[in-house]
Ligand binder design. Structure first.
Ligand code: SAM
Length: 284
């Protein structure tokens, strides 16, 4: 393994600071610095960007991001045991790494970041999905971030990039693809992590679009997709019945057969339906 920096190998860092992985914090560490540098490269050119990293742990991905030239990394870590190891990285890259100890679900990082901002993280999967949904649903668009480079359980990654007609297609795909380009850029076997999780993982790269792919009111689009996919096996005229008394005619306006099921309908038609519903509600 080639050294990407002059710091000790991660196994040694983990042993020295007694950073045994804790299951309740979802800790599965990446120890191969060539791999973390490769993940960091997926984030694109970071030399003019601040990078927000959630859950740096012993700092494998942090080191990758810094070695690959990130202008500044803000890392938020819940586990106090990791702070001394992260302090050593901060010393190696003066002025380029800021570490905040706390829960990323409760901390607003924006006060500590200067745009443009990219986000990179290898997070516990439940925290990752919750943050992804928050990052995809800000009050205004474009969001604070230019790109998100995130490790997920492979099955969740597939749900993010899924196309209509597939089993994985649902609300997460629509939410992600409405206002971002989303693709899987790497897949990793369980053995890439210590300890090895039970499942394969994948890195998803999301790049924010300057504006939504198709116009729609976010709250109405969310209502439509929630109703459609909460009863995904039902025909849309039944699952969407509660949204409007004339739902069949609104479906027809959106070129959606009322007998179709949610998973057959692409993003553009869901947006058309959300617009039709909005104007029907405004002009009853
Ligand atoms: N990034 C490191 C790596 O790739 O080796 C660690 C990855 S490990 C899967 C997830 C990390 O997120 C752990 O260090 C854990 O302590 C941290 N973490 C878990 N929940 C968190 C939260 N709510 N806020 C911030 N960090 C959290």
């Amino acid at each position: 393994m080639t050294a990407i920096d002059s710091l000790p190998p991660l196994r040694e860092v983990i042993a020295r600071h007694d950073l045994r992985a804790k299951k309740q914090l979802g800790q599965n560490f990446l120890l191969d610095l060539n791999l973390t540098a490769k993940i960091a490269r997926q984030a694109g050119d970071m030399s003019q960007c601040d990078v927000l990293e959630i859950g740096p742990g012993p700092g494998g991905l942090t080191r990758g991001l810094l070695a690959e030239g990130a202008r500044h990394v803000l890392a938020i870590e819940k586990d106090a045991r990791a702070l001394p190891a992260l302090g050593e990285i901060a010393d190696r890259y003066p002025g380029r790494l800021t570490v905040i100890h706390g829960d990323a679900l409760r901390i607003d990082p924006l006060a500590h970041l200067t745009p443009p901002i990219r986000v990179a993280a290898n997070l516990p999967y439940n925290v990752g999905t919750e943050l992804l949904i928050r990052w995809l649903t800000p009050p205004d668009w474009p969001p604070f971030w230019q790109s998100l480079t995130l490790m997920f359980q492979k099955e969740v990654a597939e749900r993010i990039v899924a196309a209509p007609g597939s089993k994985a297609y649902g609300r997460l795909a629509l939410l992600a693809q409405w206002r971002a380009d989303a693709r899987i850029v790497m897949t990793l076997p369980p053995e890439a992590f210590v300890p090895a999780p039970k499942v394969h993982s994948a890195v998803v790269q999301l790049t924010a679009l300057p504006q939504p792919r198709h116009p729609a009111d976010p709250a109405i689009l969310s209502q439509v997709t929630a109703a459609a996919f909460n009863q995904r096996r039902k025909m849309l005229r039944a699952s969407l019945r509660g949204l409007h008394p004339q739902i069949e005619s609104l479906l027809e306006q959106a070129r959606i057969p009322p007998t179709a099921r949610a998973e057959e309908i692409d993003l553009e038609r869901f947006c058309t339906l959300a617009r039709a519903l909005r104007s029907a509600r405004q002009n009853p």
